[in-house]
Ligand binder design. Structure first.
Ligand code: PRX
Length: 654
């Protein structure tokens, strides 16, 4: 392993163990028999899980390894993802609530499976009217309004792969994604709500589409009623489009390996990676893992508080839960609006029994104190989940005590946009948990930790996390870039999928995730590439060179620390720093805004001219500096360290 510090500080001393509560174990969905069966015959196990779906035509082969690592699952089978999420529930649970939706300003909707089915069908017909057909790509750029899952399912219904772009991304990031997969249509809203303020979604789309000639139609949801500019012929109001459509639309029969969606995520180069997910294996994987990891029962009210703009929303708000016919909660806005008890009121109001969120949210709530959750009735909760980054044991314990009332198991779920489904996680009825550990690979999943040579390390050792067997929901490739797929995931250790995370197994075989091993940061559970932010900085005319590193941060996991040299003659001051931070936010989105920027005469470089990010990381985390002997310009380091201390203090005060 590299000489990076593990982000989980109390790793070595964590010895608390929480066995599953008895009543959980007694009626758990996932049992040890199931785990044993999956271990004995993984393909048979996945086939049994896939047969819970409704197939239009059965598959001929469970797993086709012939083109490895371009694996295929359930080949020859045909199905439709939206029909699996909607149509097959209508007879028995058409009146059941699919989503309790709450808008940030306080408006609300109860959407039954029948309502959702009709809305999806109307939009699917509307998209067809606009000329969108099977195989056409559709970008979705919305806040967390009901139309977001509706739009995803409408695309799935007609076989048009969607690419959801998080509503917090900038026009530039949006157009880059639209261009990469040549979308022909975009679904957006006039504006979105966040923290009592509006986000100009339509204006952002207008700006993005200036450089997206492939887009022929934009469908616009009226959410806030704010002013928008209109391109006649291209723009269509959502409500007008769906009003004139029939509330039924035959689902397109899709091949198991037909594209379901593309979702972009940051890689180690500036260009985002278009992760490709197909239909059969993905649907089998999300439905199965959602049922087992969340121990799903018929009377559960399940709330995954992620945004559909991330993979968590795709797999565990939309496709998994709806395939399982489950009742869910959707919330549009910020956790602190209008007050710090918003989430806990939602749980109280809807009697939420399962809550799935991210460590960054938990740490934010910790900062706000225990009064808000203590003032609400959270007794309906029976299971808690965590995703997106390592959860520090302190946050785990707070979640357990103050949200779970000491009685709810916590499932710390490790996975990625690429994996499509949860891969390493406790099964709440059978796994004894340890705060901060994602515990063990799920049934049917092969995971290992290897050293530089690709050899499995022993218990108590750290190394690279790899997945050893194909799994149904795995990414199939990167959109339009098979080479990069091979290079990124399969070239380091032949035959093993490289996850890009460091990990360690303790003496009992528990997996402890240690963060990324590459130049990818994890800010509030969102992956951002250092290079993408560096490129955005260098794009500013005053900037000559930039280096970006992730600094440990108590709330967001990592915070973005930038080091910048200016082009000759430019004088740097606080105004320029503010401008540069704004520039990055504009280029990529507010989540990428650096917390601190240090203007420096030079960056620490090796003799071959490579920027030593490792040293900048040490400086940012206020650690003893590592080896500087390979530096070409050692004297610059002390100077940067002093400036960084000042910048850190200023950045954290915000
Ligand atoms: O570093 C791991 C971290 O998030 C990365 C995947 O990010 P993304 O594709 O955006 O998907 C996030 C939601 C699935 C991983 O490579 N990560 C995710 N979950 C955990 C985690 N790190 C530690 N523990 C987790 N439970």
């Amino acid at each position: 392993m590299s000489n990076r510090q593990p982000p989980i500080e109390s790793l070595e001393v964590e010895d608390r163990v929480f066995p599953p509560p008895e009543q959980f174990a007694a009626r758990a969905v996932a049992t040890s028999d199931l785990v044993a069966a999956a271990a004995a015959d993984p393909e048979g196990y996945w086939a049994a899980e896939a047969s819970r779906l409704e197939w239009i035509e059965p598959w001929q082969q469970v797993l086709d390894r012939s083109g490895a690592p371009f694996f295929k699952w359930f080949t020859g089978g045909r199905l439709n993802a939206s029909a699996n999420c909607l149509d097959r529930h209508l007879a028995e649970r058409g009146d059941r609530v699919a989503f309790y939706w709450e808008g940030e300003p306080g408006d609300a909707q109860e959407i039954t499976y029948r309502d959702l089915y009709e809305r999806v069908c109307r939009l699917a017909n509307g998209l067809r009217e606009l000329g969108v057909g099977k195989g056409d790509r559709v970008a979705i750029y919305l806040g967390m309004v009901p139309e977001l899952p509706v739009a995803m399912l409408a695309c799935a219904r007609i076989g048009a792969p969607h690419t959801v772009v998080f509503g917090g991304f900038s026009p530039n990031a949006l157009s880059e994604r639209i261009q990469d997969c040549s979308c022909t249509a975009v679904i957006t809203a006039d504006e979105g709500w966040r923290n009592g303020k509006t986000i100009p979604l339509k204006a952002n789309v207008d700006a993005a589409l200036e450089s997206c000639p492939s887009v022929e139609a934009a469908v616009v949801v009226r959410r806030t009623g704010g002013e928008v500019t209109w391109a006649e012929g291209r723009d269509h109001w959502y409500h007008e489009l769906v009003e004139r459509q029939a509330p039924a639309c035959p689902p397109e029969p899709m091949d198991s390996e037909d594209l379901l969606y593309i979702l972009y995520t940051s890689g180690t180069t500036g260009k985002p990676k278009g992760i490709v997910h197909t239909t059969g294996g993905y649907m089998a994987g999300v439905a199965s893992t959602h049922r087992q990891v969340f121990d799903l029962r018929d009377d559960d009210v399940y709330w995954c508080a992620a945004d559909c703009g991330w993979v968590t929303g795709h797999s565990y708000i939309v496709y998994g839960p709806l395939a399982n016919g489950c009742t869910g909660v959707l919330y549009e806005g910020a956790p602190g609006f209008p007050g710090p008890d918003r989430w806990w009121r939602i749980i109280e109001r809807h009697r939420v029994s399962i809550l799935y969120t991210a460590p960054t949210a938990i740490r934010t709530f910790m900062k706000w104190g225990t009064d808000a959750p203590a003032g609400c009735d959270l007794t309906s909760l029976r299971l808690l989940g965590s995703v997106g980054e390592p959860i520090n044991p302190e946050a785990w314990m707070w979640y357990h005590q103050h949200i779970g009332g000491g009685r709810c198991p916590i499932v710390d779920t490790w996975w990625q946009t690429e994996t499509g489904t949860i891969m390493i996680s406790p099964l709440p009825g059978i796994t004894s948990t340890k705060p901060g550990s994602a515990t063990f690979p799920l049934p049917g999943v092969g995971a290992d930790i290897v050293d530089e040579a690709g050899t499995s390390v022993g218990l108590g050792q750290g190394g690279y996390l790899v997945l050893t067997e194909p799994w149904p929901a795995m990414l199939r490739t990167l959109y339009g870039d098979d080479e990069r797929y091979l290079e990124t995931y399969w070239s380091r250790f032949p035959g093993l999928y490289l996850a890009g995370d460091g990990a360690r197994r303790d003496e009992e075989g528990y997996f402890w995730l240690l963060g990324r091993i590459d130049d990818v940061m994890n800010v509030s559970g969102h992956r951002l590439s250092t290079i993408e932010i560096e490129s955005a900085l260098v794009d500013h005319p005053a900037v000559a060179e930039a280096a970006v590193v992730g600094r440990a941060d108590a709330i967001t996991g990592q915070a973005i620390a930038a080091f910048v040299t200016l082009v000759g003659g430019v004088v740097g001051d606080e105004d320029l720093i503010g401008e540069l931070r704004g520039h990055v936010a504009k280029r990529i989105g507010p989540i990428a805004r650096p917390q601190s920027i240090v203007l420096t005469a030079d960056l620490p470089k090796t003799r071959s001219g490579k920027i030593m990010r490792r040293l900048l990381r040490d400086i940012s985390d206020d650690r003893q500096l590592g080896d500087v002997t390979t530096l070409a310009n050692a004297e610059v380091v002390r100077e940067i360290a002093d400036m960084a201390t000042a910048a850190r203090a200023a950045g954290q005060e915000e």
